[in-house]
Design a binder for this molecule. Sequence first.
Ligand SMILES: [Fe+2]
Length: 347
Amino acid sequence: MTATPPDVIRCAYAELVVTDLAASRAFYVDVLGLVVTHEDSSALYLRAFEEYLHHSLVLRKGPEPALGVLAYRVRTPADLELAEAYYRGLGCPVTRRPAGATRGIGEAVRVLDPLGFPVEFFHEAEHVERFTQRYDVHGAGALSRLDHFNLDTPDVPAARKYYEGLGFRVSEDIQDAEGTVYAAWMFRKPTVHDVALTGGDGPRLHHIAFASHERHQILHICDHLGALRKSGMIERGPGRHGVSNAFYLYVRDPDGHRIEIYTHDYYTGDPDNPVITWDVHDNQRRDWWGNPVVPSWYTDASVVLDLDGHVQPVVERAEPREADVTIGADGFSYTSGQAEFKLGEQV
Ligand SMILES: [Fe+2]
């Protein structure tokens, strides 16, 4: 008999291992504008303007960049018992953490999930001031909340099945005519996703994403980085996604961790929310305007730690890779599947 999974509310926080806290602070606080809940010599605890839990991002100093943990909030304290039983039933490593083991977070269960990611479940957390109307401190690039995690994993259908077992539903995916699945977007909160599963060598963290309310806040972040002569930290975008419809920007932090700034996705909370499937050859799936995906976006990702703090081995994807079927030797995406316009031609 399959154990009952914990009732996950949403993605809640991530912990990234960084090598230089001062450099990280300059990026996450001074440029992205995240609020410092607490800082000491070993870690920074950050939140976005609408968040009232203690943090949505922990930056912990360590010897090499890595993902420390992904945390999901569960609905009740009793869900911790369900989480422990559920993952023990799956044969996964499980540890219990007392309240305060992570600053601001109550009792928690940490597991190494079947995909190889370190994942925490918690319910209780310290409340702090919600800065929603603190317009006096909002910068022009104000970020409102954590939105999602994006994970590289070799076998997307297997990962999808695991997350469906945990109660997540698919909003969108990318496939080809042969049935190869390249990526899937899955949610608990009623938006496009809490977690995206990207086909690639894994387990690795592709990115975490923060939401803003407006496009202009994303554009301001680009201008801000330009003014600092740090445009090299902009990896991809700004642009409009096909998948999710979100307006997006990908930036790389001082350690290379990828952060997405994201806005304008849509409500998915009804039980019959239609699933959107994109063809991998549709050049508007990743960028609605057809702009090419840069190769580093497909290749680079952060390694992840196990529950003892060791780097998890990375397993190569055996299935065809999205980059290989959509990016040419010149590094640019092919346009296909749609009527093509040529300069000077009337259509
Ligand atoms: Fe994303």
